[in-house]
Design a protein. Sequence first.
Length: 332
Amino acid sequence: MKAAQMQKYSKGIQVEINNVEIPEIDNNEVLVKVKAAGVNPLDILILNGSVRMIADYEFPLTLGNELSGVIEAVGKDVVDFQVGDKIYSRLPVNKIGAFAEYVAVKDDAIAKMPENLSFIEAAAVPLTALTAYQALKDLLHVQPNTKLFIPGGTGGFGAMAIPIAKSMGLYVITSGSERGRSRTLSIGAGQYINYKEENYAEVLSNIDYVIDTLGTTEIKTELGILKPHGKLVSLKATPNYRFAVENNLPMWKRMLFGLAGARLDRLAAKDKKEYHFLFVQANGRQLQEITSLIENEDITASIDSTYKFVDINQALHKVSTGHSQGKVIVTF
C-alpha cells in the first residue's frame, strides 16, 4: 500500500509517498481502508518536531491523525464493529498514520460515521470535535447558561466547537474576519466580533470560559476578559504541570512542563482563574456521542478544500499558511 511518510523532524514541509506493507491487526484492532483523511496544523507541528516532548516518534513515520473509511477486517476480540462498517477516528497519539491506504486501529478509538456526512465530511470531524468535547467536558467542566469565547472560530475547529458548545447550553462568542460572520452565526454563535474593527478585550468582560486558539502571546489578554474563577484552556500555548499530571507523563516531564507553564499559571492564579492545556486524545466512546449529536442537530463539517492523496504535500502547505477557512482533506 502507499503511505505518506516523514524520515526526520524538519522545518521543511515535505513527506514521501512510499510503498509499505499493509498492517496486520491485533485481536482488539480493525483494519480500515481509508477513504479520506483530515490535514491539520497538528501534522505540521509533528513534522517540525514542535510536539516531540508530548509525543516523540520513531522514523519512518506515516503521518496523519484523523480519517474516515470502511472496515476490511476485525480482530477476534472486537465485538461492536464488523466488516463493511463505515467508521471515523482520531487515531491514538502513539499510533498515528492516517495518510495511508490502510490503517490498523484499536476498536476503542473508532466510532461509526454520522449517517448525514460523506466520507470527506466525516474525515473533517474527529480531531476538532474531540478537541472541543474534551476541552468543554473534561477540562472546563462547563455549565449551561454561561458564556464561552473562542477567538478565531471561523475555521474547522469553530465549525465543530460552536454547535457542540451550544448543545451544552453555552452562549458562544467568537471572532474572525467579516467573511466568516454569516456562517458562524448560522451554526450557533450568539455574538461575532470582526477583529479588524473591534478589539475583543475592549468589548468582552465577565466571560466564564475561553478556548484559546491563538497561543502564548494572547493568553494574558484572554485571561483578562474572564470573570474571577473563570477557566481558560489553550490548544496552542504552553503545557503546564497540571497537563503533565493529567496525562500521566513521567516525573522529569512534569518538572519540565511545570517550569515551562509556570508564568501562565501565575498569571491565571492572580485573579483566582485557571489555565489548562489540551492535547486531544483518541476516544471512541466520546466520538460516538459526537456522532449522535451531529445526526440529531444536523451539524455539517466546514471543508476548505480537498486534495488527492498524491498531492499530500500541497495539502500540507495549504494548512501551514493558516489561511484555510475550514478543514483541508486528502482523498484516496
